[in-house]
Design a protein around this ligand. Structure first.
Ligand code: AMP
Length: 130
């Protein structure tokens, strides 16, 4: 089986190269943003660096500009799509992070109503006193 971690096989690299379609909402020299194909909220965008980097474990100085731009754009993109009263960003990494696509991507999730709990709601370690 082909390894999706290899750039040529990477689905988000293919989207960045325009080889497969995506509903794009932003593109510049460093990053691309498009609608998630299986939205989990009324607004569900993915923001990716155009340069392939599999996970944040692999990210370094060379990726700082693109990663910074992803964060800097999140609010404007969320607003533009109608998530004007708050949104959530998520970057899943590796097995434990349940990462499905091995090209760093930031989920931008929002909509008219508050999102559910960030994780399962289970607590680990000491319980909080509040
Ligand atoms: P993650 O679990 O963080 O790796 O999330 C990968 C996300 O990519 C999922 O939410 C998928 O629905 C989304 N996805 C996979 N393929 C495509 C595609 N071709 N276009 C848009 N979103 C995609």
């Amino acid at each position: 089986m082909s390894d999706p971690r290899i750039t040529a096989e990477c689905i988000f690299c293919k989207i960045a190269r325009g080889e497969i379609p995506a509903k794009k909402v932003h593109e510049d020299d460093l990053v691309l943003a498009f609608h998630d194909v299986r939205p989990q909220a009324p607004v569900h965008l993915l923001v990716i660096p155009k340069q392939h980097v599999a996970t944040l474990y692999d990210a370094g100085e060379a990726h700082e500009k693109a990663l910074g731009r992803m964060l800097a754009l999140a609010g404007a993109l969320a607003s533009k799509e109608g998530a004007t009263d708050g949104f959530r960003t998520i970057i899943n990494n590796g097995r434990v992070g349940n990462q499905e696509v091995y090209h760093v991507h930031m989920h931008v999730l929002g909509g008219p109503d508050p999102l559910g709990p960030m994780l399962s709601g289970r607590r680990f370690g000491a319980t909080r006193s509040e």
